[in-house]
Design a protein around this ligand. Structure first.
Ligand SMILES: *[C@@H]1O[C@H](CO)[C@@H](O)[C@H](O)[C@H]1NC(C)=O
Ligand SMILES: *[C@@H]1O[C@H](CO)[C@@H](O)[C@H](O)[C@H]1NC(C)=O
Ligand SMILES: *[C@@H]1O[C@H](CO)[C@@H](O)[C@H](O)[C@H]1NC(C)=O
Length: 385
């Protein structure tokens, strides 16, 4: 009996130890990226139309739409829940707060819908508008200015600038050594690249002529390499980097295929970008010994959802839940659009973004999943390293 009690206590203290060590391993999460992890930064951009703080976004959240491109929570929320800390709030919600240094100690999100690796990547309602010969220079000019307006998002480079402001505040508050220690234990979530690929295959009418796709993808990898090194130089040591998904399978891209299948070209180049990013990460880790990362094969995860939907509780893998027209993807999810009652069984919420259900399963896999989908380690392993 005493021995049992002893074992029981040992078990209890071990579980407590592991629970605590997860909590202490990650003092904070810093999120950089695009709409897949934006928790409301774009609400603070007065001129941006790349927003989600209107119905029917957030229909499954209590209260008003909060600026997430989803019917409910998104990947940033679920990752934070896995690590048992609150979702890092939008950086722009603190710019004038007197206690912002205090807030920064709990982690912040710089992610912004529409952001891409390249500053010129844009996203907006004009995407997909085909340039036709009858469009004269005046009209193109007007469309260009509108597009400038609606593509306003915090570029990835600007997000890194904001991170350096936060780092400066932390150094001021904690001193150099403690700030470095804090940042080195924090998790840096990086979700970027989808909008660059979408912009290439679905250009705005005024986009400048593009290089060939291989050159384009190489330029993305090169740019991302420099950007991740900057983040490392600011003190980050633990990176979770999400690969770009099978973008050709999102409802907007399926609509460009007469048979309703995925846009294979967009998928091919998404996969090429992922190859570049994977070898870049390997190279970074062998060059910078104290850098650790976890990379998710987001592409492979989406293909699993599409190929074996019932394994994940999905029924509809092609059409968006919220929108209008073919695949509910000709009109985005705006207040006049319709939305489906059965959100749990849809992979896609709108023409580009997953449902809360899909985000949640994605987070389960990257947190605790097998090497097939997340490597060289999963996020749970990364945070306790
Ligand atoms: C910052 O101050 C406001 C009130 O001035 C408070 O509501 C908020 O919780 C504070 N944030 C943090 C992170 O301390
Ligand atoms: C361009 O098109 C607009 C309307 O489509 C028309 O009003 C304008 O006169 C045209 N400009 C030229 C220079 O052809
Ligand atoms: C369209 O989808 C089909 C599968 O339904 C696929 O075989 C084909 O390659 C796709 N076409 C393009 C242009 O992506």
């Amino acid at each position: 009996m005493a021995q049992r009690l002893y074992l029981f206590c040992l078990f209890l203290s071990l579980s407590l130890f592991f629970t605590l060590s997860i909590n202490q391993a990650v003092p904070a999460i810093f999120v950089l990226g695009d709409s897949l992890v934006d928790v409301g930064n774009n609400n603070y951009l007065p001129l941006s139309l790349a927003k989600a703080n209107f119905p029917h976004n957030g229909v499954d959240l209590p209260g008003k739409p909060l600026g997430r491109f989803s019917n409910g929570k998104n990947a940033a929320d679920f990752l934070a829940m896995k690590l048992r800390i609150p979702t890092s709030p939008p950086y722009l919600s603190f710019t004038s707060a007197p206690n912002k240094s205090e807030a920064f100690l709990k982690g912040v999100s710089f992610a912004s819908g529409g952001a891409g690796i390249l500053d010129e990547t844009s996203v907006g309602i004009l995407k997909g508008t085909k340039t036709d010969e009858t469009m004269n220079a005046t009209r193109l000019g007007i469309l260009g200015s509108i597009n400038d307006l609606i593509r306003r998002s915090i570029t990835f480079n600007q997000q890194i600038e904001y991170l350096s402001i936060v780092q400066g505040e932390l150094v001021r508050q904690l001193g150099n050594e403690a700030a470095q220690n804090y940042l080195s234990k924090s998790l840096f979530v990086i979700v970027i690249g989808s909008n660059d690929i979408l912009g290439y295959f679905d250009p705005s009418p005024t986009a400048p002529p593009k290089s060939n796709p291989q050159q384009f993808v190489d330029s993305l990898t090169l740019s991302l390499t420099g950007q991740l090194k900057k983040i490392y130089d600011l003190g980050a040591r633990k990176f979770f980097v999400a690969g770009v998904t099978a973008i050709g399978c999102c409802p907007s891209q399926r609509n460009q295929n007469k048979t309703g299948g995925c846009n294979e070209e967009a998928n091919y180049w998404s996969a090429r970008l992922n190859e570049g990013v994977k070898s870049m990460l390997q190279g970074m880790q062998s060059e910078l010994k104290d850098m650790k990362y976890s990379y998710s094969d987001t592409f492979g995860i989406l293909l699993q959802f599409i190929q074996k939907p019932s394994n994940y509780g999905f029924v509809e893998v092609a059409s968006a839940c919220c929108g209008l027209g073919k695949n509910n993807a000709e009109i985005p999810c705006i207040p006049i659009s319709q939305y489906c009652p059965n959100r749990r069984d849809h992979v896609f919420w709108d023409l580009y973004h997953p449902t809360e259900a899909a985000y949640s399963i994605f987070a389960d896999i990257v947190f605790d999943g097998p090497k097939q989908f997340v490597f060289p380690v999963n996020v749970k392993q990364l945070v306790t390293m």
